[in-house]
Design a protein around this ligand. Structure first.
Ligand code: PXP
Length: 249
């Protein structure tokens, strides 16, 4: 079975917000992405609303025909919004106002006391909780202890090392991802991956048998400037399919 492709439409909103106004509309991008084969839509409502805004979340929930994965910081405000809007899934991410994008995974070990109650509330409301974590055994154990059904493994450092041509470092990061995916699945966690993925890295990571979902944004939106969303998503699905074909067993 092919892993799901979640398309993150945040950066359509980044372009919209550069000029104010309503265009380009991230909801239109979400609908096009679904028509082109996305299995779900991911959107991150950041505390500073730098791309996705509250009304985008409401419009996405009202209009899209595939699940919404709501990326959110572990704050009372975001938990409140999730409980009110009831997305299909909530992915808990760390968030610093100064960062350009999500840097590093959620500290589920040191921050257990803050993350666990938020995860519990969301789960009680029927929202599928995912924790965006580093591929690290202690983080996996904390996710299991919290009763989170899903973890999303942070692929950013690996993708960056691949892009920089740092072969040995990339291999080290990839081995950690491979071990974490395998061990997390053995512990009963559903394994998602995301951050920094492009065609090449998506193909490689999709070959890991326990990977059930890839969440990809920046590369897809960037490529679609040149090739259109439909072709870009088609090519990404093909890359994932090539990866799946390499799965052992
Ligand atoms: N998954 C998570 C948890 C993220 O925070 C992001 C970035 O918003 C992504 C996936 C998508 O990353 P990218 O835009 O680099 O593909």
């Amino acid at each position: 079975m092919s892993p799901r492709l979640g398309v993150n439409i945040d950066h359509v909103a980044t372009v919209r917000n550069a000029r104010g106004g309503a265009l380009p509309d991230p909801v239109r991008a979400a609908e096009l992405a679904i028509a082109a084969g996305a299995d779900g839509i991911t959107a991150h409502l950041r505390e500073d609303r730098r791309h996705i805004r509250d009304e985008d979340i409401a419009r996405l929930i009202a209009r899209i025909t595939k699940p919404l994965n709501f990326e959110m910081a572990v704050t009372d405000e975001m938990v409140g919004i999730a409980l009110q809007t009831k997305p299909h899934a909530a992915c808990l991410v760390p968030e610093k106002r100064s960062e350009r994008t999500t840097e590093g995974g959620l500290d589920v070990v040191g921050g257990y006391g803050a993350v666990q109650p938020a995860a519990h509330k969301l789960k009680q409301a029927g929202i599928r909780v995912s924790l965006f974590i580093e591929p690290d055994p202690a983080a996996l154990s904390a996710a299991v202890a919290m009763g989170a059904p899903v973890v999303e493994l942070h692929t950013g450092a690996w993708c960056e090392a691949v892009m920089q041509g740092h072969g040995e470092e990339a291999q080290r990061h990839f081995s950690r991802l491979q071990e974490a995916a395998h061990s997390g699945a053995r512990q009963g966690l559903e394994i998602h991956v995301g951050h920094g993925l492009d065609y090449a890295t998506a193909e490689v990571i999709a070959a890991l048998p326990s990977v059930m979902e890839l969440n990809i944004g920046h590369f897809l939106i960037g490529e679609s400037i040149f090739c259109g969303l439909e072709q870009t998503i088609g090519l990404m699905r093909a890359a994932i399919a090539r990866g799946v074909a390499k799965r052992a067993g």
